[in-house]
Design a protein around this ligand. Structure first.
Ligand code: ATP
Ligand code: MG
Length: 712
């Protein structure tokens, strides 16, 4: 094992009994340290169930699980490799009772939260509600509850949001629902306030490893401290230059705090990059150069100079996409890395995927979009999930409202409103109100009849789902259920375009197959939250066959944290944020323009900046906030560049669409900061592809002629 680790990595891997921090640049083998250390700990006698390795995205967790499996085989299944959020879910399912939380609580997605906030704040404007949501989330992430937020509020606006937050909190506890921030905040509360639970977890976990440590926020750090306790069997790896979640409350303070909170901390630095060629690494080092450093570091690579980094410009987004397709095709003809999965296209914002998707489809190149709208965000899938959530937790009001109206079953808006008022008055959930003896006093008999019928149907389905085990039974169950609710017809009624309706129905089928696969244990649970049994005392892995209800329990978490499939052979389209920690032989970054990367830097302070498009060179001094944003954007550029193993191409467009307008656009300042040789800059991949094809055609002709015994 050690043959494939350098000395510093070995040191980190062999430091078993105390806290250890690996602080190092991109591609230096930090994640490798984590996977090898898992193996080392098991070799040293620690049971795999007692190891937790925490990452930031499900995709990263899946990747880590894959790497661990390569090293230690089946034992990797038993290690708790998951995201902070999945760990939170596990803790809450097991020990949430101390906060009055039932194990079958619901995880509300962002849309549910917006809906509830609209209601709590008495607005119909989604943008306003989302603004509140954002603020509340920041408060929660810095450990404030509504009361504390109110006490700390500095403006009228903040006071208003804090009061709405109080109502929101009440609502959530009535629903037995938790939002995403609660998945960290509530475990912290449990661990901090309940020593018996804390001790249980500390005893259960023999070592905790954290990847991408630079992106932890204050709450996550506190959770971590409680989990490891004074024994501090902790390995954290991170890179301050890749901290890209400052906007979500991640704080580099956590890097600084570690040596203070754990004086015995062993700090290890890695300097060799094993991922990228020197040309790519030089561009990365140049870009990150201007940022302030937590500690000095320079990465070197021994993989040789490699292909120069390419910069291309294009007329507009469509042209850029065409060029990108041509580049992929030409690389496939020349590079030893030819599989579709060897290519990734990275961009700053989700909407930028669209022109790329169109061009890739036209060229019949298989691709997947990661970090964007997930399969689970589609309306039809959310409808089905609402039913599952309702089976799991009948008190989940947002799920109730969605299920009762998808498809519509003659229960009208008026009825639902009255039911809501009634439920509010008696402090019941909507489902709970359904069977209340006094409901007939509030609603007419027909409405009550309709509601009762719905309630009985849900109960009946829930009972059956609990007793449905294995893939085949699950598939049969879902087929019947979809027929019973008339879901296919519902899709056709709601959609004028037959093709769209058919595509949506296909999604439903695909989803049901996937659920069935999970019930049969054929598909592994990517959330790391696979078993949510309440009786279990130490984190471990569930039996492979599950009841459909158990499968349904894990859905809400997966649905928002997304990433359901393992890596099929496809080109990856991804936001820069979602690409963190991953690597591909060929990386293409598109839309590397001012205003996109860095993203709308000056908007707040200088609204004209985008039109003028000027990069202030020694111009007006930037505010601290803008400077910090610029630095974070620069780190994002650094993350993008350092995903590339063999080739990197960066492109920008001379014009960009903004709403209905097309505006002149400028290359990102980060392109200049890469300090490339100008000779390498312009090259039209379409030209190259044409030349290549002509050459191949000539060769093929010659070969064909030779085979036929004719002189060309
Ligand atoms: P990032 O900062 O992007 O998360 P990282 O520091 O986690 O990167 P890894 O992903 O662990 O880096 O490693 C980068 C690549 O280098 C991987 O393909 C890994 O297998 C390889 N690698 C790491 N260390 C070594 C080594 N000692 N010998 C050979 N290959 C290595
Ligand atoms: Mg990594």
């Amino acid at each position: 094992m050690s043959a494939t680790l350098n000395l510093a990595q070995q040191q980190a891997v062999n430091h078993l009994h105390g806290p250890c921090l690996v602080l190092a640049g991109a591609g230096s083998g930090k994640t490798r340290v984590i996977t090898h250390k898992i193996a080392r700990l098991i070799q040293a006698g620690l049971a795999p169930e007692r190891i937790a390795a925490i990452t930031f995205t499900n995709k990263a967790a899946a990747e880590m699980r894959e790497r661990a499996r390569g090293l230690i085989g089946r034992d990797a299944q038993k290690v708790l490799i998951c995201t902070f959020h999945a760990l939170g879910v596990r803790l809450m399912r097991q020990d949430g009772a101390v906060l009055g939380l039932k194990p079958q609580f619901s995880i509300l997605d962002s849309d549910d939260v917006t809906g509830i906030l609209k209601d709590c704040g008495g607005t119909t404007d989604a943008a306003t509600a989302r603004q509140w949501q954002w603020t509340i989330s920041l408060w929660k992430n810095s450990g404030l509850n509504a009361q504390q937020a109110l006490a700390a509020a500095k403006s009228e606006d903040e006071r208003l949001i804090a009061t709405i937050m109080a109502r929101y909190e009440e609502r959530l506890s009535a629903y037995q629902g938790v939002d995403f921030d609660d998945l960290i905040g509530l475990p912290l509360k449990i661990l901090a306030e309940h020593p018996e639970v804390r001790e249980k977890w500390q005893a259960a976990l023999g070592h905790v490893l954290v990847d991408e440590y630079q992106d932890t926020n204050a709450t996550q750090y506190e959770v971590l401290k409680h989990l490891v306790g004074s024994r501090a069997r902790l390995t954290a790896v991170g890179d301050d230059d890749q901290s890209i979640y400052g906007w979500r409350g991640a704080t580099l303070d956590n890097l600084k705090k570690l040596p203070q909170d754990f004086p015995q901390l062993q700090v290890i630095k890695l300097e060799q990059n094993y991922r990228s060629t020197s040309a790519i690494l030089r561009a990365a080092n140049n870009v990150i150069g201007p940022n302030p450093k937590l500690y000095p570091k320079t990465l070197f690579s021994e993989l040789g100079e490699g292909e120069p980094v390419r910069v291309t410009d294009a007329d507009n987004e469509e042209h850029e996409a065409e060029r990108l397709v041509a580049r992929i095709q030409s690389l496939r003809e020349t590079s030893p890395h030819k599989a579709w999965r060897d290519f990734a296209v990275l961009y700053r914002a989700n909407h930028m995927a669209k022109p790329l998707e169109k061009a890739l489809r036209r060229a019949q190149i298989p691709y997947k979009v990661s970090g964007g709208q997930s399969f689970f965000d589609r309306a039809e899938i959310k409808d089905l999930c609402a039913w599952f959530r309702l089976w799991v937790n009948p008190d989940d009001d947002p799920a109730f409202l969605r299920a009762v109206t998808s498809p519509k079953r003659g229960i009208g808006h008026q009825t639902l409103q009255s039911l809501g008022t009634f439920a509010g008055k008696y402090r019941l959930s909507l489902f709970g109100a359904l069977f209340s003896h006094s409901l007939p006093s509030a609603l007419n008999a027909r409405a009550v009849g309709g509601l009762h019928e719905f309630g009985r149907f849900v109960n009946d389905q829930q009972y059956r789902a609990r007793h449905t085990h294995g893939a085949e039974a699950a598939r049969a169950f879902m087929t019947d259920w979809l027929k019973d609710i008339g879901y296919e017809q519902h899709l056709r009624d709601g959609e004028d375009n037959d093709k769209v309706a058919a595509a949506r129905w296909n999604n439903v089928i695909e989803f049901c197959d996937w659920m069935a696969g999970r019930a049969g244990g054929e598909i592994e649970d990517m959330s790391g939250a696979s078993e949510m049994s309440t009786t279990q005392t130490s984190p471990g892995i569930a039996s492979p066959r599950k009841s459909l209800l158990e499968v349904a329990q894990t859905i809400s978490l997966l649905s928002t944290l997304n990433e359901r499939d393992t890596d099929p052979d496809m080109v990856t389209l991804s936001t820069l944020h979602a690409a963190k920690g991953l690597e591909w032989p060929h990386v293409m970054m598109v839309g590397v323009n001012e205003g996109l990367l860095p993203f709308r830097l000056d908007e707040a302070e200088n609204p004209d900046a985008e039109d003028a498009g000027e990069v202030p060179a020694g111009g007006p001094a930037m505010s601290d906030a803008t400077l910090q944003r610029l630095q974070e954007e620069r780190r994002l550029m650094y993350v993008g560049i350092t995903r590339a193993q063999r080739t990197l191409a960066v492109s920008w467009t001379r014009r960009r669409k903004k709403g209905r307008q097309t505006l002149a656009a400028l290359p990102s300042r980060f392109i200049a900061e890469m300090a490339l040789d100008t000779a390498t800059v312009r090259e039209d991949p379409r030209e190259k592809l044409r030349a290549l094809r002509a050459e191949f055609a000539k060769k093929a002709q010659a070969a064909g002629a030779a085979a036929a015994g004719v002189e060309p």
